[in-house]
Design a protein around this ligand. Sequence first.
Ligand SMILES: C[S@@+](CC[C@H](N)C(=O)[O-])C[C@H]1O[C@@H](n2cnc3c(N)ncnc32)[C@H](O)[C@@H]1O
Ligand code: SF4
Length: 407
Amino acid sequence: MSPPSPRGRHAQAARAPAGLPTTPELRSTGRRTSPAGIYVHLPYCASRCGYCGFVVTTDSSSSETYLAALEREAALLIAETEGAAFDSLYLGGGTPSLTRTEDLARLLETLRSRFGLSAGSEVTLEANPEDVTPARAASWAAAGVNRVSVGVQSFEDRELAAVGRRHDADRARAALATLVEAGLSVSGDLILGLPEQTAESFRRSAAALAGSGIEHVSVYLLETDKSKTMEQDRRLRPDRYLSDDAQADLWLELSQSLGGRGLRHYEISNWARPGREARHNLKYWTRTPTLGLGVSAHELWAGRRRANVSALPAYLAGLEAGRRPTALDRPCDAAEEARERIVLGLRLAQGVPAGELESWIAASEDTRLLGDYADWLALGLLEADGERVRFTEKGFLVCNEVLCRFV
Ligand SMILES: C[S@@+](CC[C@H](N)C(=O)[O-])C[C@H]1O[C@@H](n2cnc3c(N)ncnc32)[C@H](O)[C@@H]1O
Ligand code: SF4
């Protein structure tokens, strides 16, 4: 997820709960020798939130068939993944925390045995606050989950109600405390730009999340185009929304305040204590191979970009017939790979090698790109230290406008 237009100091490393993986040095990730990752999409949700554009369903009647389909899909990948090493697994959704704990344990066991996940792998589960209880946290940990990403979105009841969340602020606070107490590595998501949000209420939410003892924070700018009702609401009742300028100011302030609490801004939308960067997500930004299982899941494997169909019945029917139901399957040529390395690499605070970026610009058919690059540096949107080029905090705010020039 990237913010629409946009999207630590005194870092005292949080003590790692025993057995949790830490992230390798960022710069050392991303080449072909790095272990791969596995994403699994679990599309079931108890209800649909007002802003959500993900592939989800509130009809759980197919959930058992779906888990069987995932197992079949994993089996179909065996030959192709033989000899590959994996060190991250991400269960995303939808609402993976809705999955019965015994089903989740079985799914993780299947994936572990099929793909031979290495000891110390990062295993992340996305959870909604209302699903978190001490008993479930213990079961998730026993099943091998060591990282939980919680969709907090806000600590203001009025804002949560405005987008149809099923939890209130107290429930979110309790969920984070329970997971931290259970010894899991915890990440929390916030959204900037929710209806009814004010500058003060956003500051309060950010401070509450940073002070909750978690190790990783993701902040997304509300994308209203993901839902027709939300898009319409923003057009008809603009007074309910922060202006773009107010959001931009809050974004810049956010990095300062999270940095002051030891959370380092390492990717457009992500902050972490040192060593707690999301190992799985880093694979996307460094073009490290990842498999994608489940409806609508995307993957980069053996130099090809592939995606499964987005319709649940078609996904289930494909696996029932013994094949992966792909909607996209194309090779990435060298030019595309070079472009992706720049566009994805610039999302990271560490940026990209200056030589790689400058060679790409020099070879581009877009004759204005070289001049624009000089302007971005002069305007302080990009900064270069001779070795690498990266966005500044101000640059992250307009990164989509810059990145779309790399076509
Ligand atoms: C896969 S989603 C949902 C995970 C989980 N089911 C939940 O609701 O908490 C992951 C995150 O994307 C963010 N997100 C989803 N839709 C968004 C939108 N339209 N604009 C900005 N952020 C969004 C939310 O912060 C959410 O927690
Ligand atoms: S935001 Fe999360 S819970 Fe809400 S509909 Fe989307 S995936 Fe489901």
